[in-house]
Design a protein around this ligand. Structure first.
Ligand code: ZN
Ligand code: ZN
Length: 212
């Protein structure tokens, strides 16, 4: 009697699943799962493309999801989310840009070459270590870099004594038809010496004259 009852239930379930409408529903669910499975593989492919420049890894990620079959692919998605590179290429690029901008900002702040402390751009002496930072041009009274060979503001040449060679070299007006004076070459030994001292001092002041 008990067995009859159970077999009756079994028959009922069997006939229920045999009906065309239920068969159709099961097929639809199956197709839907397969579509989600393939879509998950495609998502893994695209996601990996955004995270690596390697051309093979996106295919491996897709194959990994496919390999877990339509039944278990959700576990593959879970595992993929854990092991994938955490940073996208675009994010890494942006982070690099931000770091560079920060470094440039730090570089722009003037520091004493000797003690490394922050100094104001208009100070002529480091208040901490008494290092000479700038000097005042005797001609125009503006601040010039301590290692500049001439004043970038007024053109006063600090290498030559005043009046020894004549007036300060200034851009000659071209309208008179007089050719502009040729640039006075600096002795190479002098240039070398200054270059070496500058590299030791690590000064950041821009050079007013381009040197060969
Ligand atoms: Zn200092
Ligand atoms: Zn000057």
């Amino acid at each position: 009697m008990n067995l009859d009852f159970l077999s009756g239930i079994g028959d009922a379930i069997g006939s229920f699943f045999a009906t065309p409408i239920v068969q159709l529903g099961l097929k639809a669910i199956g197709i839907y799962i397969v579509i989600v499975w393939l879509a998950a593989a495609f998502w893994a492919f695209r996601d990996m493309q955004l995270r690596t420049a390697n051309p093979i890894l996106p295919y491996l990620a897709a194959a990994f999801v496919i390999g877990f079959t339509p039944v278990l692919f959700l576990f593959a998605v879970l595992v993929y989310k854990i092991i994938r590179p955490q940073e996208r290429l675009g994010e890494a690029y942006e982070r690099g840009l931000a770091e560079e901008a920060l470094l440039a900002e730090i570089d722009a702040i003037e520091h004493c070459a000797t003690c490394g402390r922050k100094v104001h751009e208009e100070w002529i002496l480091c208040p901490t270590c008494r290092m000479r930072l700038k000097r005042v041009c005797p001609n125009c009274n503006r601040l010039v870099g301590f290692e500049w060979s001439l004043c970038a503001w007024c053109g006063r040449d600090f290498e030559r004594p005043v009046g020894a060679v004549g007036p300060v070299r200034t851009p000659a007006p071209r309208s008179e038809g007089v050719p502009a004076p040729a640039p006075v070459p600096m002795p190479t030994a002098q240039v070398r010496a200054r270059r070496s001292t500058r590299s030791v001092a690590g000064a950041t002041a821009p050079s007013p004259t381009p040197r060969p």
